[in-house]
Design a protein around this ligand. Structure first.
Ligand SMILES: C[S@@+](CC[C@H](N)C(=O)[O-])C[C@H]1O[C@@H](n2cnc3c(N)ncnc32)[C@H](O)[C@@H]1O
Length: 294
């Protein structure tokens, strides 16, 4: 999950909203949050907003995954491919990569983007913890902290086993994880009635402004980051649509995740600092786990 946060604060005024789409009502219930298989986030506006903010840009993870895919790592599967930021870029380069995501809205936009760019793309709508594919891959990669969205640890273990089953012998699994810093965890959130502006951007098709407001809470003992997002679509100074989204992300210590990978059958497990070839140290918050199937 990327962490671009605009330091702007605003008071949430419910009277301003003309239409609210409740994507998921689990935020206040720990038990339902933990059932991540039931969480359906990345709804219609969230998916559009994602595309507005991220599609056109190249981030540091692009070359990192590409180098694994090109060194004997094809066919590859991008898990949580979203609107195609990486997938379509790699397809354009002629790499053999397929995409999987559980959000119909993200996949719809990915398909539209592929069509516009005249790229043939193979997409699957599935949850990673229930992965059931007709083939195996040489590389499976889960970019941008998407794995953290499987916030129930039993389901996370299940997903790792599924990845192992779907890799060819000597195949590689790549999973970046972004842990909050002590500062993130211990900085008290703005009071409950305040939303913080996370991002904003202009939708190309009609020039509408999309804003995303957030409230984030860190549960240190549970290793969970619970975020509530409110999307606003503003056209000609009128609020025309809103959507509420709840994400709950689990973070991991290095040893804990290495153990989970080992239990899922992986070996030769390495932990890198971010998207580098440098081994992670104790202080690193951006970790990339790279593991092999024997
Ligand atoms: C942060 S976006 C990443 C999109 C893309 N990989 C990228 O790097 O731009 C996370 C994506 O993971 C998908 N996702 C979240 N949980 C999932 C799950 N359990 N199974 C499959 N996809 C999931 C979401 O629908 C969303 O498209």
């Amino acid at each position: 999950m990327s962490k671009i946060i605009t330091e702007v604060f605003s008071k949430y005024n419910p009277l301003k909203y003309v239409q609210a789409t409740q994507v998921q009502r689990c935020f206040h219930s720990t038990s339902s949050v933990l059932l991540s298989g039931n969480i359906k986030n990345y709804g219609k506006i969230s998916a559009e907003a994602y595309d507005v903010w991220f599609l056109q840009k190249k981030y540091e993870d692009t070359d990192f995954f590409q180098s694994y895919i090109t060194s004997n790592g094809q066919p590859a599967l991008e898990v949580g491919c979203g609107t195609g930021r990486l997938l379509l870029y790699y397809k354009k380069l002629g790499l053999n990569v397929e995409g999987l995501d559980y959000s119909r809205h993200m996949l719809d936009i990915c398909r539209k983007n592929a069509k516009e760019k005249e790229i043939n793309v193979t997409l699957y709508q599935q949850s990673m913890q229930d992965l059931n594919m007709p083939k195996q891959f040489r590389t499976i990669f889960v970019p941008w902290g998407s794995f953290m969205l499987v916030n129930n640890k039993l389901e996370a273990n299940q997903a790792l086993k599924k990845f192992h089953d779907h890799l060819l012998p000597k195949g590689t699994l790549l999973i970046p994880v972004f842990n909050p810093t002590k500062h993130d965890i211990h900085t008290p959130p703005p009071n409950n009635n305040e939303w913080r502006l996370r991002r904003e951007g202009t939708r190309e098709r009609d020039g509408a402004l999309i804003k995303c407001w957030e409230k984030v809470v860190f549960l240190e003992k549970e290793q969970l980051e619970k975020a509530e997002y409110r999307y606003e679509v503003i056209l000609n100074n009128q609020l025309i649509e809103t959507e509420i989204e709840h994400l709950c992300l689990r973070w991991y210590s290095q040893n804990e995740f290495v153990e989970m990978l080992g239990n899922a059958g992986f070996s030769n497990i390495k932990v890198f600092s971010g998207y580098t070839s440098k081994a992670a140290n104790e202080e690193d918050n951006a970790l990339t786990f790279v593991a092999r199937k024997l």
